[in-house]
Design a protein around this ligand. Structure first.
Ligand code: URP
Length: 531
């Protein structure tokens, strides 16, 4: 498409090239390419023909017609006048809702450095892998939630796909409680995260968690926990250093699955005591998964989120003699020994765990080298935002463990339901946002840091081959990934506010009333003179 100086896109691109954001590397402009009004190869009308349209509840052979960023029709043999309609042939391919990643950390300041992927580079990478929305974690500024939210509004200004926020709670006082209400009622926040690990920085104690759970319940916001026993992790780290174990393997040895199981069980029991739903982020071990399974079996509303690294990798990498290789696998909770990943896959396929995230939190090899002499200083985090959809399709659909409809449920729809934005997101239905992928089940790929779109110089899936490739990504009605070409524009992504009181809160008033009426009547004691 020819670019004329008066095209709005040309204008945006020129501004961007003249005044590049200091936080963007060369790769930002590398992704910008010719397009029209909305950036990217933007057609306001797109017809996807002949594919298998997959939703979480159903799949069918059908066409999908998109106008102005919204899906208008999903049915066989759609006919439209051919004026200005971009037609995509999806014969033999799957047409599915774009992925939604519930757990990312872009431009996050953490462990003395900042993640190498910011909102632009992380999202650009995500789009090439078929993810069209993510939910990132706002980290408060000195405990202040509103200041944290504003900082993340700034960080996300260059977004090229839709995104939402969870907000972390790192201290407790009246101001925090008030700000939680403000964020829920005015800013589209419906979830708050409590870190039970990272003693001395993000970690909260049980009294704070209890206050937070009560406040979440009253606001209809979902409480999320990073479940590891931070005090015991601290002790485990000291133990490793005393034993002279200072390399990346010390990371895994210092925080074994039992500490994840303990914290998961504790958070679940406290949420039960308060009677509020709970979401456990990055479930990495059988120990944690078993606690979630037990709670769900007893009727408690607990959501378990495994992440791709925990499902697919094992911890042998942490013992690699090359520090650069070993350190790239350092994340918390740690990647576990062989066996945990397959058990988590089984739990996902049977509904014990509900959705898949990435915990994309990337640091390059120079940043990881901050912990060359002490594993406690290796910035925690791995990549996955670009790889999640491909790896889950290849590992779980490709092996027959789950169906295409299950794939849509665990990578997109369930996230949209839990965070109360379904069916705007997470579905190919008339009226939904046009966030759509076309996946070719016969197309293959090899993952490498040489060709990935993240800014990191390493990739924890280096060399991995797979089948089932996202050939087209449509985000907000724009074709942003096609023919191996990424066409995105900084600033084109939208913040998606998420309303409180998702389906997880249904019936809560009745269960609270049942609890009250189940209490044995108090004793009316008559005071005598002696008492
Ligand atoms: O290692 C990790 N997971 N880094 C990101 C912060 C977190 O715990 O999610």
């Amino acid at each position: 498409m020819a670019l004329r100086p008066l095209d709005p896109f040309f204008f945006i691109l020129s501004l961007f090239l003249l005044f590049p954001s200091p936080s963007l590397s060369d790769s930002t402009t590398q992704f910008c390419s010719a397009g029209s009004e909305y950036g990217g190869v933007s057609s306001t009308r797109i017809l996807i023909k002949g594919g298998t349209v997959v939703n979480a509840h159903h799949q069918q052979l059908a066409d999908v017609y998109v106008e102005d960023g919204i899906i208008v029709a999903v049915q066989p043999n759609i006919k439209v006048g051919d004026d200005e309609v971009t037609v995509l042939d999806a014969t033999g391919k799957f047409v599915m809702p774009g992925g939604i990643d519930p757990h990312t950390h872009l431009a996050m300041e953490f462990m003395g450095t900042e993640t190498i992927d910011d909102f632009f580079s992380g999202q650009a990478a995500a789009l090439t892998g078929g993810t069209t929305m993510h939910i990132d974690f706002v980290i408060p500024v000195n405990g202040n939630l509103v200041a944290g939210f504003e900082a993340y509004e700034n960080k996300s200004r260059n977004s090229c796909m839709d995104y939402g926020f969870h907000v972390a709670i790192t201290k407790w006082d009246e101001g925090v409680s008030r700000d939680m209400e403000k964020l829920v009622k005015e800013k589209g926040i419906n979830s708050f995260r409590f870190f039970l690990a990272y003693k001395g920085s993000l970690m909260v104690t049980d009294d704070l968690l209890l206050e937070g759970l009560k406040r979440c319940k009253s606001l209809g916001a979902l409480a999320m926990v990073h479940a590891e026993n931070g005090d015991a992790v601290f002790e485990g780290q000291k133990r490793m250093i005393e034993l002279g174990i200072t390399g990346p393997e010390g990371h895994a040895l210092s925080r074994p699955p039992v500490l994840e199981g303990e914290a998961t069980a504790r958070a679940i029991r406290l949420a039960r005591f308060v009677n509020t739903p709970l979401y456990v982020v990055h479930v990495m071990s059988v120990d944690a998964m078993d606690e979630i399974a037990k709670a769900r079996k007893s009727g408690q509303k607990v959501i378990g989120e495994p992440v791709v690294s925990g499902l697919i990798l094992d911890d042998h990498w942490l013992w690699d003699p090359d520090f650069t290789i070993a350190s790239k696998y350092v994340m918390s909770p740690p990647i576990r020994p062989v066996g945990h990943g397959k058990a988590l896959q089984d739990a996902l396929s049977t509904g014990i765990l509900q959705l898949v995230g990435t915990d994309h939190c990337t640091f390059n090899s120079t940043q990881k080298a901050l912990g060359l002499d002490d594993f406690r200083k290796i910035p925690n985090g791995v990549n996955g935002l670009e790889e999640r959809m491909h790896l889950i399709w290849d590992t779980m659909v490709g092996s027959g463990q789950i169906s295409a409809t299950d794939f849509v449920r665990i990578t997109s729809t369930e996230c949209a339901r839990i965070f109360n934005i379904y069916p705007r997101k997470g579905a190919i239905l008339a009226g939904s946002d046009a966030d759509i992928i076309i996946l070719n089940p016969n197309s293959s790929y090899v993952i490498s840091s040489k060709s990935h779109h993240s800014r990191s110089d390493t990739n924890v899936y280096e060399g991995r081959k797979g089948k089932g490739k996202v050939e087209v990504t449509i985000a907000g009605g724009r074709i942003v990934w096609e023919n191996e070409e990424l066409k995105v524009v900084p600033g084109s992504g939208k913040y998606v506010g998420m309303p409180p009181f998702s389906y997880l809160f249904d019936g809560m008033e009745k269960s609270d009333a049942n609890y009250l009426s189940s209490l044995r009547a108090p004793v009316n004691r008559v005071r005598t003179e002696a008492t």
